[in-house]
Every structure is written in C-alpha cells, then in structure tokens.
Design a protein around this ligand. Structure first.
Ligand code: SF4
Length: 381
C-alpha cells in the first residue's frame, strides 16, 4: 500500500478497533482498488468475529414464486414475463399446497415467497397464498413479499401500508425479505426501475413493518451501472433507518447477474468485487447483526470465502430458486444439509442451523423433519 493509503487505512483501523462509526469517505476509501482487499477483509473479519463469534449460520428453506407475470419491467430482471408471453405462469392453490407439503417433508423451517405483480390477480389472491400455507403448514415461517409488492398491494387496496402489513400478519405473514431495494440513489434507481416503489417508499414500508412487529431483511443489488459512491450511500440509508427501528436482522449484498436481462452487455461482478462488497458492508453496517453471503448469487466458493470477509451466514439449503437462475446463475438448485455444514466447517466456522428470525433450530433426533425453535442465536456467541 502507498504511504498515504497506509496512513489513512490505519485511521480507519483505529476507528474499527475502537468501535467508532465509519463515514461515507471511509467507505469510499475502502472501495479504492489501491487498498488491498486482504486488508479490508481482515478488518471486516474483526467486526464479524466481535459480533458473531466463529459461527456460520444456515437454514433449511425453500422458495415459492407464485407468478412471474409482472406489470413492471426492471432492466436487471430476467425472471418477469408479460401477461400473454408463453413463459408466464400462475400457480394454482394445489401447486402451492404441494410446495408446502414438500417443504414439510424436507424439514424446511422457512418459505421465502416473492414474485411478479400480476396484471389481473387481486390483492386477495396474494393474501390467500399466505393464509392457505399458514393454515395448512403453520410451523413453516412465511417470509414473504418485498416492499415493492407491499407497495403494489397499497395501490390495489387503496389502504395504508400499515393496514396491508397487519392484514398480511393476520393471514400468517412471519417476516419480510429485503428485495426490491436495488440501489437507492436516484441517479441509478431511475435507470433500473423508475416505475416501481421508490427509495422513500421502500424505506417507509420497512419502517412500518418494524413498527408493527415484523422483522425484515435488507439488500443491495450491486455490480451493474452503479459506482462505489452509490453503494456507500445505499448502506448509509439502511444504517440510518436501522438506528431508528432496529428491525433489520440481516443485510444481503446481491451480485448482479446480467444474462437474459436488458443489461446483458454488462459483465457480472468479479469474485474480488463480491468479497470487497461483503467486507465493506460489514464495516459500514455496524448496527445490523448479520451479513449474509447468498451462495445462489455469489457461487458456492465465493460464499464460502466470504465467511472470512465479514459474512456470518450463507443462506439456506434452498429449493426451487428461479429468479437468479433465470439470470444465468450456474449454482445448483439446492444443497444438502450435510454439504452446507461441510462448506461452513471447511471455511473454519462452526455451522449452526437458525430459523428465519435467528433462533437456534432444535431437531428431533429420531425424525429430522420435526423441529422446534430454541434460544436466540446470539446467546451462543
Ligand atoms: S424485479 Fe420484480 S418488480 Fe421488477 S420486473 Fe422483476 S418481478 Fe417485476
């Protein structure tokens, strides 16, 4: 490292060691390619181990995308379909129930449910999916609907976000995923998805969700047209909301996959960029407990390495992932529990199964598919 970089890096290291908050300028410096990734990673690892010990979390989960038909046309999206396109689909109640049954038989603790905003399906259809699954499979935690979908439901029902969220809670909603955040800064967001819920709406919906008692996740889609400034700005907006509510439980940096999107001329981010983004996120988001290396998007090897660059969670076994596979993700459709534990152990971490809201999962020794939620995971660190 050049002398002036080394001096500046020492300043940041001192701040991190003294648990002082990093600024926008600090974050930009950490993205400077002149600053060795290794150094940034080691600093992030210090925070990771301070906050989450030597643990690598995972869960046993499945995905459900009830429809890919969508009124919006986000430029980065390979999943969506027009209403009359042969690629379009809409799942029936029977198909949805079959997924619930399959999830139960495989010991899943969570169903992650997101999809398109269908031109013709009313709010009641979306609510009905939650009610149907919750009534028939009450033990499965339903983590459903991004802020973009909640915003669409507000539009459909002409009710407030609070009403929509509480109505969904009554139907069985357990928490919300963090999708739809993309990049908050309007210079980028307007190029990607100018029609859907804007930054203010996304943040307001998560704030309201936290206020009605829902834990939520948060994300950032990086590696397309944005610059380092936009990424740090995004992280700071999340950090500000977390200061107010404390309701985000995990941050998930999502690597852009260009295939089959309107941005297919771009290259996907390198593993080095992926690791740097995980590390910078860990350092900037001092008030979000967990950082997830989502193996579906990062690839298994990078996700495994990310456990030494700030991440403490690798996501789940996953079944039926469509959204990123449509965009060219070459990762498998699911990983076995033994393999995911092996990946975490091989990275030198202790694998711990968590539920969606970060409690230990206690499995029945005789029957793996039977489980209960135990203590909050922090108690083990
Ligand atoms: S990202 Fe979501 S809202 Fe945007 S086009 Fe794809 S499915 Fe629709």
């Amino acid at each position: 490292m050049k002398a002036e970089h080394a001096a500046r890096f020492r300043e940041i290291r001192d701040k991190v060691e003294n648990q002082q908050r990093l600024t926008l300028d600090d974050g930009l410096f950490l993205y400077d390619p002149e600053v060795p990734l290794q150094e940034v990673g080691q600093l992030a690892n210090l925070v990771r181990e301070r906050m989450n010990g030597n643990v690598g979390y995972f869960n046993i989960n499945t995905h459900l995308n009830p429809t890919n038909v969508c009124v919006y046309r986000c430029r980065f999206c390979a999943f969506r379909s027009d209403l009359r396109d042969p690629k379009g689909y809409l799942m029936s109640d029977e198909q949805i129930l079959a997924r619930g049954q399959e999830a139960t038989e495989n010991g899943c603790t969570e169903m992650h449910i997101v999809g398109g905003l269908h031109h013709k399906q009313p709010y009641e259809w979306y609510r009905g999916i939650i009610e149907l699954l919750h009534t028939n499979y009450p033990q499965i935690h339903l983590k459903a609907w991004t802020a973009v979908e909640i915003n669409w439901f507000e539009f459909q029902t002409k009710k407030t976000k609070q009403w929509v969220l509480q109505d969904m809670q009554q139907a069985g909603l357990g928490s919300m995923p963090g999708g739809g955040a993309e990049i908050f800064h309007p210079e980028v967001r307007d190029q990607l998805c100018e029609h859907k819920a804007d930054t203010h709406q996304w943040l307001q919906i998560h704030q309201t969700a936290h206020e009605v008692g829902l834990r939520t996740n948060c994300t950032m889609l990086y590696g397309h047209v944005e610059k380092a400034y936009h990424r740090i700005d995004h992280l700071l907006r999340l950090r500000d909301l977390q200061d107010k509510t404390g309701g985000f439980q995990v941050f998930i940096p999502l690597a852009f996959h260009p295939e089959n999107t309107k941005l297919s001329d771009l290259k996907k981010p390198s593993a080095l960029m992926d690791l740097r983004t995980v590390a910078v996120s860990r350092l900037m988001l001092d008030n979000v407990q967990h950082i997830k290396a989502y193996w579906i998007m990062l690839g298994i090897e990078t996700a495994q390495a990310a456990l030494a660059y700030g991440a403490d969670d690798i996501d789940g076994t996953v079944r039926h992932e469509l959204i990123y596979h449509d965009a060219g993700a070459t990762t498998p459709q699911s990983l076995s529990v033994d393999y995911i534990k092996h990946l975490i152990s091989e990275a030198g971490r202790d694998p711990i199964e968590r539920d969606t809201v970060y409690n230990h999962v206690v499995r029945d020794q005789q029957d793996f598919t039977r489980w209960s939620s135990g203590e909050p995971v922090g108690a083990s660190v």
